[in-house]
Design a protein around this ligand. Structure first.
Ligand SMILES: [Zn+2]
Length: 76
């Protein structure tokens, strides 16, 4: 599994823009832009593990569950 995250990488509908410099739960926080144009912040491990693949719009369409809830959590 790829754990290195860098700008311009795509994860599902999300494309990584930059590292925010912030850390949550010991994880780097990345600013991403969704295919729908919404910006959001996602923790490294949620990107790398595929937990978070959109800003939440996929979930609203009913195609992916557990998207938003896991986005800013510590993942345990
Ligand atoms: Zn979206």
């Amino acid at each position: 599994m790829k754990n290195r995250i860098s700008p311009n990488q795509a994860y599902g509908l999300l494309t990584v823009i930059r590292e925010t410099g912030e850390r949550r739960c010991g994880q780097k926080v990345w600013e991403c832009v969704c295919e729908c144009g919404t910006h959001c912040e996602v923790l490294s491990h949620n990107l790398a593990s595929g937990n978070t693949k959109s800003c939440g719009c996929l979930r609203r369409k009913g195609r992916i569950i557990r998207d938003v809830r896991s986005r800013n959590a510590c993942g345990v």
